[in-house]
Design a protein around this ligand. Structure first.
Ligand code: ADP
Ligand code: MG
Length: 284
């Protein structure tokens, strides 16, 4: 593995690795795409961001970590014969479950309607850690398309990532839930910073203003382990764009079907930003 995401955030996957330096952290290039509220665009962002990063020549894996209500396959028009459920239950190998998506990146798809994934069990925990430990060294970037909210399954899948990208829309309900998720992640996972993208933005500048407002509330009520405020990094805005819904209806990647539309350009810009976060690892 030649790249990590920086600035480094210490790894969060289990207490034993929480103090390891990021440069030695095999999980440092893993980014969880998460949200407080559902339906805000995590899967859309994950899939199209992966396509954009792939165009930069990076090896990208998207893992559908919304284990019980997975739908990355729907967005990508894939009909997997093997899913993570088959891997978890020993019916297939991890290698058999990896599929190449239309954008040229790899995906690990999950099943839908499986209540057994609504609660974190030691088996799910171990299986997810095994998947990450096995797959992460093979890719430059791993995106975890998580479920919404603060259930133990969501929190655990986020804990496997060094970086957190919170997706929120400008609606007060989404922002309230984003704040709640950020607060829980800060205290539970001892994070110092998180990244925020505002999706379905109505006007340019929305995201910066919203990030500023959220940061003010965090400054007052949420502090990191070191006593500093949790730092929210605004990664950009993706405009509300009817082309997004059209592409989902056609089950195509927006970056492929309508690469020039405003939302696609915004995702491409987000990918550029994330690419600049990639720095060479120094194994001193
Ligand atoms: N920028 C956008 N503009 C317009 N519609 C959007 C945008 N982003 C997402 N959507 C709509 O929201 C729906 C839900 O997005 P999705 O990525 O499935 O959310 P999540 O994974 O957070 O549940 C999409 O199917 C699409 O119709
Ligand atoms: Mg989703």
């Amino acid at each position: 593995m030649s790249d990590v995401l920086s600035p480094p955030t210490p790894p969060r996957a289990g207490s034993q690795s929480a103090s390891a330096p990021a440069a030695r952290n095999p999980r440092a290039h893993i980014m969880a795409v998460t949200s407080g509220k559902g339906g805000v665009g995590k899967t859309f962002v994950s899939a199209n961001l992966a396509a954009a990063l792939t165009r930069h020549g990076l090896r990208v894996l998207v893992l559908d970590a919304d284990l019980g209500l997975a739908n990355l396959d729907v967005v990508l028009n894939l009909y997997p014969k093997v899913t993570l459920h088959d891997v978890f239950t020993g019916k297939a190998t991890l290698e058999e479950a990896v599929i190449t998506a239309p954008g040229g990146f790899s995906v690990l798809l999950a099943g839908s309607g499986m209540v057994e994934y609504s609660r974190l069990t030691p088996e799910i925990r171990n299986q997810l850690m095994h998947v990450i430990d096995t797959m992460a060294p093979r890719y430059d970037v791993v995106l975890l398309d998580t479920g919404a909210g603060i259930s133990d399954v969501v929190l655990f899948s986020v804990s496997l990532a060094a970086e957190v990208l919170v997706v929120a829309t400008p609606e007060p309900t989404s922002l309230t839930d984003a704040y709640a998720a950020i607060k829980v992640l800060t205290t539970q996972q001892k994070r110092n910073s998180m990244r925020l993208v505002i999706n379905q933005a109505a006007r340019p500048g929305d995201g910066r203003a919203i990030t500023g407002q959220l940061q003010q509330v965090l400054n007052r009520f949420v502090s990191t382990e070191s006593g500093q405020p949790m730092r929210l990094i605004h990664m950009g805005d993706i405009p509300a764009d009817k082309a997004v819904r059209e592409s989902v209806m056609r089950r195509q990647l927006l970056l492929q079907s309508m690469p020039g539309c405003p939302a696609a350009l915004a995702v491409a810009q987000l990918a550029n930003k994330i690419k600049t976060m990639l720095t060479p690892v120094e194994y001193a």
